[in-house]
Structure formats: structure tokens, C-alpha cells
Design a protein around this ligand. Sequence first.
Ligand code: SAH
Length: 237
Amino acid sequence: MWRASVLTIFPEMFPGPLGTSLAGKALATGVWSLDAVDIRDFAADKHKSVDDTPAGGGPGMVMKADVLARAIDATATDARPRLLLSPRGAPLDQGWVEELAYGAGVVLVCGRFEGVDERIIAARGLEEVSVGDYVLSGGEIAAMAVIDACVRLLPGVMGAAASGAEESFSDGLLEYPHYTRPQLFEGRPIPEILTSGDHGKIAAWRRSEAERLTQERRPDLWANRQSEGRPKPKDAK
Ligand code: SAH
């Protein structure tokens, strides 16, 4: 079973959206497991503090390394990768997601406030992962994104297994456009080729649309693809 452990000061946020739809069904049927560990349970003082003022001054609070260390030591007793959600981290991409999904699971440490004491990162071998170039108020929603992206790749989770193979990023390309009935929507027809029944032509059209969209919207992906043939999972890190 693929196991996700999330270290957070808001365990009540989980499973949250991960309890519904495909991920929720797979959670209920034991394809994967989730344990939300309350970091506060590992606080040592009577106020259960998990954070303290930043050394050197400045605004906000910093999550304490000693408290985090105890929470991690109690949870990450196996070889699963330990990730710290962080806007400073390597950007999460589909290759990295695949690597995580094919492994035993993941331990995710959610920051809050200004972030965590820097020393915990090296002390517990945390890999920093970012879900994008913007700042969230905490790591929980980012952790949910990581888990959701992994869980949908687990065997038996997605109904049509084939739908994983052709989607965005699978070949270093964005996905081609989709259409469904009605044939005419507000004066806009479905591209004729898709209703032609010619599967060779349809595949070629989809390929060229995927290439066109990637060139137009994501020159970075396109360039990476041209130079490397195929994107490598950890290139970005
Ligand atoms: N002061 C920090 C931001 C802290 S935001 C800075 O300027 O870099 C609080 C927490 O939210 C972070 O510790 C991290 O766990 C989480 N977080 C915020 N943005 C994120 C992102 N883009 N990806 C992953 N985690 C993020």
C-alpha cells in the first residue's frame, strides 16, 4: 500500500478533498493510506509551542527544529522520501510525481508562519518541493496537491488506465484539446477531423495540436524537449 504521512499543525484539514472522488475511493479501499500527524503532539512545553521568534529579529514566527525532529523521527521510520513543502524548493513536475508514485509513499512536512528552522532540513534529510512560484499560507494545500498527483497514478485508481498515457507532460507536451457532443455548440463545430473516423489522421492532428500548444504556451517545455528528447524527472532540481 502506498503510504502518505503528513506532518502538520492542522491535521483536521486531512483527508479533506483527498477523501472524495477517485482519491477518496482509493483511500477507502486501501490502495493508499493517509496519516496526518499533529506536530503539536511533539511540543515539549506546557503551552505546546511549535514556533518561536526568528533569530536575528524580524516579523513572524519560525517552526522549531527540535519539535519537528521529534515528529519526523516518530513518523518517518522507513525509507520513504521526506519532503518539505517550500516555495524555495525544486518545482514539482510530472516526472517527480511518477517517481514518488512508483515508490513506497511519501512523508510530507508542512510549514506554517515564516517557515521552518533551516537546520531541520539537513538534520533530517528533507527535500524541498515547491508547487509553484507563489506563496501559500501553509504547506497543507501544497501537500494535498503532491498526494493527489501521486495517488491518481497508483494502479487501479484511474478508471481508464490509458488516460494517463497521453495527458499533459507525459511526452513533454501539453495535451491536445478535447471535444464532446453536441456537434455544434453556440455556432462552434467540433473539428471535422475528429468526426471523420480516420484514426491515423486523428492521432496526427492531436499530435500537431499538442506541439502547437506547447510551443505557444510553454516555450520552456518545448525547448527542454527539443534539446533532451524527453524531459528527465529531476532535471529541475
Ligand atoms: N516566508 C516564506 C513563506 C512561508 S509560507 C518565504 O518567503 O519563502 C508558509 C509555508 O507554506 C511554507 O513554510 C511552506 O511549507 C508552505 N508554502 C508556501 N508556498 C508554497 C509553495 N509555493 N510550495 C510549497 N509550499 C509552500
